[in-house]
Design a protein around this ligand. Structure first.
Ligand code: ADP
Ligand code: MG
Length: 479
């Protein structure tokens, strides 16, 4: 076996339960399910998605240098001759098998992260902290679903000391099989919030579904939960009923194991004072916002649970910057001065919307500058969606917002509820809203853009960056 390979060609035969057509490769150096990002030497899984079938891209995969492809029996004959094929009954199931095999051979510590918001940010912060201590593999982007989790695991190098796996869900029962593949030593639930409410009867039902992450914990593992939320007791009971040897808590609560004492914000980030298991820590965070500081406490607890010195972990957090679309700051050159763009366009729900508005409120403006909130619809909130939009009203008022620019039929509920002097503009779509936003910005202003992915606020950010010269903030991680 060649240690330079992620998987040896013969190792794959048993891990995938496959028969090989063509010449078995010596090994593969990566795993891919998308030919647009495929690297030479990758193993390509021909996964069937909602809109396309990976079997249609096997030829492209080989053109781009794939070492082999995993295909199902029904396509084996037609694809014969293009390159090495691992033929299986079910391609997705074989990728799950490979994920399980990766987990089984790993001697590293695995950390699983779920929660209603903050999964990707927490995962990226863990990546930053653990990478400073040893070889770390973490999920790409937000790959946290039925294909994202096995893909992440199948890419776990046998030498990795740490693995970080983001796990998401839209329905009850979805986390159980995913965490069963990951078998984490540490499981984090960032927080519980009304996200995907349309598939759940109550917030407690969401908490129950998130608590499924504890079913996969390895014996002796640690469960990390938020001490400040109403669902704390429920999560605690579920954690105690699992194989977790320890339950660790974080929050502002006086009994939290990792306790937030103080956050002082600045444009570049914040300074956090925390008590970690009784020890005082003072550290910088490259991404601003109280919610990010809160997530960082979970990161420090997890780092400690896997043997990383908390002081070193806290130092590594200081070097970490907000991922694209999640609080990244861009200085726009406007007239002779600057305006600040806060890009929160990645996604939104009431909890993250409030956090982002609080962040806007904490951001200082220059003399004469104003705070603008550019908001798109929050999707997937279920029958209460109009109310959940309208109720942002108090949060706008409480955070010194000077004007709201709103896009979409749902945000109309907030817009109409605002006092007239806070109404910047409303439009049906983000594209129609864009000119009014560009028109409004003057030097000294701070502009925060946020909405669900489906409400397409990202393009407004892109348009602002195109319209105004800018010095881009640094980006880390994907979506
Ligand atoms: N603990 C938190 N409370 C409120 N909002 C948060 C929290 N953590 C992150 N957010 C915000 O939620 C949004 C999504 O963050 P992200 O890390 O991508 O979450 P996820 O992967 O769970 O979708 C971002 O705008 C982020 O700033
Ligand atoms: Mg995510």
């Amino acid at each position: 076996m060649n240690d330079d390979y992620l998987w040896s060609g013969f190792g794959l035969v048993s891990a995938l339960a496959a028969r090989v057509v063509g010449r078995t490769p010596v090994g593969v150096s990566g795993v891919s399910i998308d030919t647009r990002s495929l690297q030479p030497g990758d193993l390509f899984f021909a996964i069937r998605g909602e809109n396309s079938d990976g079997h249609d891209f096997v030829a492209t995969a080989f053109e781009k240098g794939a070492a082999a492809a995993v295909v199902d029996e029904s396509h084996a004959d037609a694809l014969r001759g293009g390159g090495a094929l691992y033929v299986v009954d079910d391609v997705l199931a074989s990728m799950e098998n490979l994920g399980r095999a990766a987990r089984a051979r790993s001697a590293g510590a695995i950390i699983a992260v779920t929660g209603s918001v903050g999964k990707t940010g927490t995962k990226e912060a863990l990546r930053a902290v653990l990478s400073a201590a040893g070889e770390t593999h973490a999920s790409a982007a937000s790959y946290n679903n039925h294909w994202g989790v096995p893909l992440t695991l199948s890419r776990l190098p046998r030498t990795a000391r740490f693995g970080v796996v983001e796990i998401g869900m839209n329905h009850a029962g979805e986390i159980v099989p995913l965490v069963g593949m990951a078998r984490p030593n540490v499981a984090i639930i960032t927080t519980i919030a009304p996200v995907h409410l349309e598939h759940f009867a109550s917030i407690d039902a969401i908490a129950e579904a998130k608590a499924e992450i504890f079913t996969g914990l390895e014996a002796g593992g640690a469960a990390i939960i938020n001490r400040d939320i109403p669902q704390y007791d429920l999560l605690l009971r579920r954690a105690q009923a699992s194989r977790a040897a320890r339950v660790l808590t974080f929050g502002e609560h006086s009994e939290a194991d990792a306790r937030l004492v103080e956050v002082a914000g600045s444009a570049e980030g914040s300074h956090v004072t925390a008590l970690l298991l009784g020890e005082k820590l003072y550290y910088r965070l490259g991404a601003p916002g109280r919610h990010i500081a809160m997530n960082s406490l979970a990161v420090l607890l997890a780092a400690q649970a896997v043997g990383v010195d908390p002081r070193a972990a806290a130092r590594a957090l200081g070097a970490f910057v907000a991922p694209v679309g999640r609080g990244q700051r861009v200085r726009l050159r406007v007239n002779d001065g600057h305006a600040t763009l806060i890009d929160e366009s990645y996604n939104a729900n009431p909890t993250s919307m409030r956090a982002a508005l609080a962040l806007l409120g904490e951001t200082g403006v220059e003399a004469g500058g104003r705070r603008f909130a550019v908001l798109g619809d929050m999707l997937e909130l279920g029958p209460e969606n109009a109310r959940l939009h309208r109720e942002l009203n108090d949060c706008v008022a409480g955070n010194h917002v000077d004007a709201v620019f709103a896009a979409g039929p749902l945000m109309k509920n907030l817009y109409d509820a605002l006092p007239p002097h806070l109404r910047g503009a409303w439009a049906e779509t983000s594209a129609e809203l864009q000119p009014a936003v560009i028109e409004a910005i003057a030097d000294g202003d701070v502009v925060m853009v946020k909405g669900s992915n489906g409400s397409r606020m990202g393009p407004i950010v892109a348009a602002l960056k195109q319209h105004f010269a800018h010095d881009d903030g640094e980006a880390a991680g994907g979506h």
